[in-house]
Design a protein around this ligand. Sequence first.
Ligand SMILES: [Zn+2]
Ligand SMILES: [Zn+2]
Length: 339
Amino acid sequence: MENDTIPVNQVQGTYEGTARDGAVFEGGLVRRIVLPLPFPQVQHVNVYVLGRDSFILVDTGTSSQDSYDMLLEGLRAGGVRHLDAIYLTHGHIDHFGAADRLVKDGVADKVYVHERELGNLGNAYDELLYGSQLKRYGLPDSVLEMMKYASQFFDSFAQRPDIVSFIGPGMSVRYDGGSLEVIHTPGHTAGSVCLYDREKNFMLSGDTLLSRLSPNPLLELYQNGDRRKSLVEYMDSIFMLYNMDLRAVYPGHYEIIHDHRPHIKSLFNFHYKRMMRIHNILKQSPMTPYGIMGDLFKKLHRRDMFLAVSEVIGHLDLLERHDMVRSFEREGLLYYSAS
Ligand SMILES: [Zn+2]
Ligand SMILES: [Zn+2]
């Protein structure tokens, strides 16, 4: 299966957005600024300025100097001198990295995020917590070491905002030109939100819906030993979005989605196929999640290990939900078998 060389379902082709495109939508109410990213998997992030005379910003890009300069340039080009508030779709560095700097530089007044993202805004990768669990999944020490360095690399592109305020379901965000309902869409992260202008029928989707990628439902572990079922949550979230009537979806990466239903159908298909593929692998013999990763992703790059383990655990959760697998421990390792 061609998609299984990498853990993300990436559509071929290049994306030509730049910060200088100054693309405006919704009769000038929504301005997109495209900022550069230092990752090989995804090279740009979209942030959106909303308003006519006063403005809010949805997501910020990273805190790197080139991204920050391009953001300020994009704001200036749109006649934006000040931001009443920044709203974060979720706590990944490409979306929140510059928030603290914007506040400290006096460009923005406040930062809002869902409270379940607080963990992600800090150093999300707790070495002790993740190390012991990932070991149970069968990941060798050399891979864990690599993940630690990768997380330190990522953390260098963001500053945790000192003060944040919370947004949650049922709340609405007013901007100069309309209002946005906060829709909690857990999956990609626990506190991912989409912002929905019901009157104008458009939505800002962060990483919950992306035109060219299947957003990874990331593994998140908690101090109390819990683990959220990321992909199960994600499927429920996109099912909810499927039932909404949306004219335009403005995503955190790549181009606007005008046909969200076929798009969501293809995501369901993609995950169903991957789930059945893992089920077939487990019919041969019981395996650890790491063993499944090796079988599923033929040319897995070390930098993609965390995405890959998140994908596999997510699909095992889905299989468990359908009573298609069972798990057991052997010599400190977690195995799954087809039932
Ligand atoms: Zn993300
Ligand atoms: Zn992103």
